[in-house]
Structure formats: structure tokens, C-alpha cells
Design a protein around this ligand. Structure first.
Ligand code: ADP
Ligand code: MG
Ligand code: ZN
Length: 480
């Protein structure tokens, strides 16, 4: 049998850090990047006798996430202790939710490999506290613990094993990320670990009824690594089965440098978490009114923005899809359009040059270094004829390197478009003299020769001549 005879099965557990002001069970600040161990108190340090109090915002954010992913919201929920010992868990247990999560039985819609719509089931979304952060080897060998992250609120979104390849996984993660960004529950910064995925993967012969044994790759936080890890791990499992071996249910670590996964724990220490209801916390009871109120005030979701772009602004479905995939990109589109009043141009620039550069630099849309205002200004400069659109491309590149007012950029670089009649005429005459064959061709009815001449004039002026004026002037001169 070969690879093609197998089906890959993937289910994800996604952890998103919530962007509440304070932690989940204490009033310490929830803030990334602070000096280590400055946002801590007896509760999040796990001191004996310290009492947790649930942050109401955490419940609200989780309910928002549940509504946005078509979940049923539990009226009756609770927190449970998940017991395990690890140096990043000062209490020696995590406060999570076991049998009564806040949200259950939802789904989100993604595109499969062929661009067809596909629903991915959401088994549950529950709330829990994040562990502290261990910094290894930083100061000559030991490990240091930073408790600022201990008690940062998380929602864990568990999917059904509905995904079949790395493309679907990527589309699912991008969709979930954009939903959480839109409803403003998490900043979903993957590079800061505030949006990370555990990937459960198994393989089975096509047509088989039962799932195969799965392995789990934890805490993946880059799309590229996720795609690579899935391809590698699926091949590894298929090879083992083909050789007559058995897959062990285990956690495996993806190593980005070697491009391989490695076993982290063996079956012997299969965890028994001894879950039980946390006796320090009250049950969570939600009224219909409370849930309705959150539903009413939910910010616009990507799907509805997309529909608006298609129906009101007249963008194609493909463009609307690309623009709304990231809230940041979509906000930038709206802001810039409001300033320069030219939706079509803003969409064009964002989807062509800006997207191309993002791709080349392997950056996400959130990392665009310039503002909507700067983009709008550049578009206005083109409209006014101050710069040509080929200079616009250069300005965009410069905005990525050294973002500032485009007007300043073009002044500094001397990129102002030549719109002076005398100067244009001079160039036109020079090019006509240098290209007698093209002049003849044009006069013999070959219109294409005009394009060539304009091109030469643009080259001569390093793209700075006003193309409309060039065109007009060439035609006038050629008529003589
Ligand atoms: P745990 O907490 O032990 O990791 P869960 O029951 O919460 O287990 O499920 C983990 C994830 O594994 C879910 O996203 C689920 O869809 C996925 N999953 C379960 N069985 C399989 C399988 N055989 N192959 C791939 N994914 C699976
Ligand atoms: Mg798991
Ligand atoms: Zn605290």
C-alpha cells in the first residue's frame, strides 16, 4: 500500500490567552512582556490558603467565543482542579473545567483544499488558568520561573477530529483566530504565544470505520511549522503501519530545525489528573438574559463584514475573503478607504503589493509597520498626479522599511512625478529622435509602437514622468 491509501485525521486543542485587564482568579495585571515576577500575588503564586475569585470578564469572553462559534452555552457550569506536578504550576494543579464546560457542540465553517465550504465541529470551549513561564538556560544552565503568566486567563477550544490535511488545519486556525480577533477576546499574537495549538493526528486506511491511534504535538504557534509538522508526522505514522508496527499514543515534540518530531513521554506516565470540582470556587450560573445580552452586543464577525464588502462596496468574493481574513487588514482597509474615499484602490494596494511583500517577508498582516493613514496618503498622492503608480510601488516598499508620511518619503527620495509640460516635451522629443523605427511603425498604423515609446520615456525618467501626459504628448508630436 502507499501513502495515497491512507487518510489523515486531525483534531485540535487551541489555547487563546484572553485580553482581560486582570488575571482569571486574582487582580494582578494581565500584561505580556513585563519585568519577570512583577505581576504576582499569593493567589497566582499558589500560596497555601490564598483564595481565588473568578474574574467575571473571563466568563463573558468565553461566552462571546462560544456564541461566535455556534456553541450551546451552558447555564450551569463549574471549575475543576486538574492535578499534576510541574515547576511551572505553583499550585500543583490547574483550575480548568472538566465535565461542565461553558460552551459545547459548536462549529465553524472553513474552506477545504478545493475551496469548498466545510464545517469543523467544536466539541467544547472551556476556561482555565495559564501556567507560569519557564526560561531555560538563560543564566548559565538553570531554569528560571516567571510567574507573570501564571493565572493569565485562557480559553481552550477543542475541535472534533474533522480535519483531513494540513491545508484544512491552516484554514481552521486562521478562521478561529480571526473570529477571536473580531470579537476582541484575544489579541491572538502567535509570536507571543497568546494563540497556540495542540495537534492531535492519526492515520487510517481509506474507508476504515475506526480512527487510528493518535499522537499529540503541543504548543505549536507558527503556521509554517504546523504545516510541516503535520506532513512529517503523517508520513512517520504511515511508514510505521506499513512496516507492520503500531502507533503509540504519546506526546511528540516538533523540532523546527531538524524538521522531525520526537517522543516526549512514554506511555508509562500516562497522566491521571484526578479531576474534582474546585471547592474554593462557586458554580457558574448564567441566566438567559445574560447570554442574550452578550449575543446582542457581539461585534461584527468576519462573515458579515465579508457580505458587506461584496454587497455594499462591490468587491469580488475572493477579494472580500482575503481582506476580512485578518481583522487588522480589514480595519486598515476601512480606515484608509474612509480617509481617501477610494475603496477600490485601497483594496488593490492591500491585496497586491502589500500582500506580496508580507509574503516575501513571511510576516502576518498584524505586523504591517505603517498606518492606514499613510497608505491613504500614498493613494491620494497618486490620484493627484504627484507620483505615478510605479513610484507608488516604491513608496510601499519604503513604508515597510522606514514607515513615515509618504509625502516626506517622496521628497527625501526625489520621487516627485514630472508633470511639467516643458520637461515632458523634452523627454518626448529625445525618445522620438532615438527611435525612428518606432515612429515609422506608429505612422504605419502599428499602435503598439506608442506603448514602447512611452515605456522608453518612463525608463529615461526613472518612472517619474506623468504617464497620462506622456501619452498625450507623444500622440500630439507623432501627428505632426
Ligand atoms: P486530551 O485532553 O486527552 O488531549 P481530548 O478528548 O480533549 O483529549 O481530545 C483531544 C483532541 O484529539 C480533540 O481535538 C479530538 O478531536 C482529537 N482526537 C481524538 N481522537 C483522535 C484521533 N484518533 N485522531 C486524531 N485526532 C483525535
Ligand atoms: Mg490533548
Ligand atoms: Zn495574582
Amino acid at each position: 500500500m502507499s501513502k495515497e491509501d491512507y487518510e489523515i485525521v486531525i483534531g485540535l486543542e487551541v489555547h487563546a490567552e484572553l485580553s482581560t485587564k486582570t488575571k482569571i482568579f486574582c487582580s494582578c495585571k494581565n500584561e505580556f512582556g513585563a519585568e519577570p515576577n512583577t505581576h504576582i500575588c499569593p493567589v497566582c503564586m499558589g500560596m497555601p490558603g490564598a483564595l481565588p475569585v473568578l474574574n467575571e470578564k473571563v466568563v463573558e469572553y468565553a461566552v462571546k467565543a462560544g456564541i461566535a462559534t455556534n456553541c450551546e452555552i451552558s447555564r450551569n457550569s463549574k471549575n475543576d482542579r486538574k492535578n499534576y506536578f510541574y515547576p511551572d504550576t505553583p499550585k500543583a494543579y490547574q483550575i480548568s473545567q472538566f465535565d461542565k464546560p461553558l460552551c459545547e457542540n459548536g462549529y465553524i465553517e472553513i474552506e477545504d483544499e478545493n475551496g469548498e465550504k466545510k464545517k469543523i465541529g467544536i466539541t467544547r470551549i472551556h476556561i482555565e488558568d495559564d501556567a507560569a513561564k519557564l526560561n531555560h538556560n538563560e543564566f548559565g544552565g538553570g531554569s528560571l520561573v516567571d510567574l507573570n503568566r501564571a493565572g493569565v486567563p485562557l480559553i481552550e477550544t477543542v475541535s472534533e477530529p474533522d480535519m483531513r490535511n494540513s491545508k484544512e488545519v491552516e484554514n481552521y486556525l486562521r478562521k478561529l483566530k480571526s473570529i477571536y480577533e473580531y470579537i476582541e477576546v484575544s489579541d491572538c499574537k502567535m509570536q507571543e504565544g497568546s494563540f497556540r495549538a495542540d495537534i492531535n493526528l492519526s492515520v487510517r486506511k481509506k474507508g476504515a470505520k475506526e480512527f487510528g491511534t493518535r499522537t499529540e504535538m503541543k504548543n505549536m504557534s507558527s503556521f509554517r511549522s504546523i504545516v510541516r509538522a503535520i506532513e512529517y508526522e503523517a508520513d512517520r505514522q504511515i511508514d510505521i503501519i506499513e512496516e507492520g508496527g503500531k502507533i503509540e499514543q504519546e506526546t511528540r515534540r516538533w523540532d523546527d530545525v531538524s524538521g522531525k518530531t520526537f517522543s516526549m513521554r512514554d506511555k508509562e506516565d500516562a497522566q491521571d489528573y484526578r479531576y474534582f470540582p474546585d471547592p474554593d470556587l462557586m458554580a457558574i450560573r448564567l441566566s438567559d438574559e445574560y447570554i442574550e445580552n452578550i449575543k446582542k452586543n457581539l461585534p461584527e464577525l468576519p462573515e458579515s463584514r465579508k457580505a458587506r464588502y461584496i454587497n455594499e462596496i462591490g468587491l469580488s468574493e475572493k477579494d472580500a475573503n482575503l481582506l476580512t481574513a485578518s481583522k487588522h487588514l480589514s480595519n486598515m482597509f476601512e480606515e484608509a478607504s474612509n480617509i481617501c474615499k477610494n475603496h477600490k484602490q485601497v483594496a488593490n494596494w492591500l491585496l497586491s503589493d502589500v500582500s506580496r511583500i508580507l509574503n516575501e517577508k513571511e510576516m502576518e498582516a498584524e505586523e504591517i509597520p505603517f498606518t492606514a493613514e499613510e497608505l491613504a496618503k500614498m493613494i491620494t498622492l497618486i490620484e493627484k498626479g504627484t507620483i505615478s503608480s510605479s513610484l507608488g510601488k516604491k513608496v510601499i516598499e519604503e513604508l515597510f522599511e522606514n514607515p513615515k508620511d509618504p509625502e516626506e518619503i517622496i521628497k527625501e527620495k526625489g520621487w516627485i512625478q514630472i508633470s511639467d509640460e516643458g520637461a515632458i516635451k523634452e523627454v518626448v522629443q529625445k525618445i522620438l529622435q532615438a527611435n525612428p523605427q518606432s515612429v515609422e511603425d506608429y505612422k504605419a498604423g502599428k499602435d503598439r509602437a506608442l506603448g514602447f515609446l512611452v515605456g522608453q520615456a518612463m525608463k529615461e525618467t526613472k518612472g517619474k514622468a506623468n504617464p497620462q501626459m506622456l501619452n498625450k504628448m507623444f500622440i500630439e508630436e507623432l501627428k505632426k
